[in-house]
Design a protein around this ligand. Structure first.
Ligand SMILES: C[S@@+](CC[C@H](N)C(=O)[O-])C[C@H]1O[C@@H](n2cnc3c(N)ncnc32)[C@H](O)[C@@H]1O
Length: 304
């Protein structure tokens, strides 16, 4: 048991990632653990399985596909986990590419158990700002500290709720709006109420100078409940007790890509399946598909 300041990782897990939307960070970590151990992995995250093992809520969860009796046929640990593996790889590539163009500030919105600051190589003057709720970041810190893991760049955790005034917290932590920045909202926006998403996008637009980039995941379905019986949602509910549709905000979604485009950003919207074809592995469309409306948006504020 890892213990810092008298609080165990089990206690932190219960407060931050033990339930509700925080638990979804562990779902993604388990998926990354499985992806990491695949012979044809698209992304490697050696820390992911440690988060899963440290959290009592993950008792019995697999960290490699061989531990899943029906293997890749399993809608949750096969197809859905592969989806997260693909998403991780595509967004890894996005951040690496964006850093190469000169931006040095990376803001992970809803960072969860993202370990990009630890597992990828970055220029030494990069800084990662990780925004999530306090309990999630405390659990992450506890597990990584227990592994003596050291980030490869400066890393600034920002414990704040994205429905509150996160801008003050970010700028008070050293974020410089005058310098280009890279923003990620991976697996986040559909948990937020529509107005909080619009505030987030407008704020990124305000804080991101020329040379900045933003990638986010959106869900376009007009009626999410139409997919309630899809294999992915059913398996996630029945096997690990996470009702994603109960966690997603039920209100209408804003058109964030269109909003950015109207403000001069160049935004392109892609299905995950495009990247499955590009990489030769990942999920493909299927009937009654919970992934049908998922889109990955890449937006750039070009230098003039
Ligand atoms: C599905 S996880 C994704 C985590 C990470 N981006 C990744 O892909 O591994 C969603 C994350 O969003 C965070 N989140 C959801 N709503 C939030 C809010 N209102 N404020 C801050 N974080 C939030 C959760 O705590 C969780 O860590």
């Amino acid at each position: 048991m890892n213990e810092v300041c008298g609080t165990t990782s089990e206690e932190l897990a219960a407060g931050g990632v033990g339930g509700g939307v925080g638990l979804t960070a562990l779902l993604v970590a388990a998926a990354r653990a499985i992806e990491t151990r695949r012979g044809d992995s698209l992304a490697r995250d050696v820390y992911a399985e440690h988060f899963v093992r440290a959290a009592p809520a993950c008792d019995g969860w697999p960290v490699r596909i061989e531990e899943v009796p029906d293997g890749d046929e399993n809608a949750l640990w096969g197809r859905f986990a592969r989806y997260f593996g693909l998403r991780t790889r595509v967004l890894d590539d996005f951040v690496v590419r964006s850093v190469l163009t000169g931006a040095r500030q990376v803001v992970l919105l809803g960072a969860g158990l993202d370990t990009r600051a630890f597992r990828l190589d970055w220029p030494s003057d990069c800084v990662f700002f990780e925004v999530d709720r306090a309990g999630v970041l405390a659990f992450k810190h506890q597990v990584l500290a227990g592994l003596s893991a050291a980030p490869k760049v400066k890393r600034v955790p920002i414990p704040v709720d994205l429905r509150d005034d996160w801008v003050t917290a970010l700028t008070a932590s050293g974020f410089d709006p005058a310098a280009p920045s890279i923003w990620l909202a991976e697996g986040l926006l559909f948990y937020l109420p529509g107005p909080a998403e619009t505030y987030l996008v407008d704020t990124v637009d305000l804080l991101a100078t020329e040379g900045s980039a933003l990638a986010f995941e959106a869900k376009l379905e007009a009626d999410l409940m139409a997919y309630r019986d899809s294999a992915i949602y059913t398996a996630t509910r029945e096997q690990i007790g996470i009702d994603l549709l109960g966690l997603f905000d039920p209100g209408p979604r804003p058109d964030s890509a269109g909003r950015l485009a109207a403000r001069g950003w160049s935004a392109s919207t892609h299905t995950p399946f495009e990247f499955t074809r590009r990489h030769g592995r990942g999920p493909l469309p299927e009937p009654n598909d919970a992934l049908e409306g998922n889109r990955w948006v890449f937006a750039y504020r070009r230098r003039t």
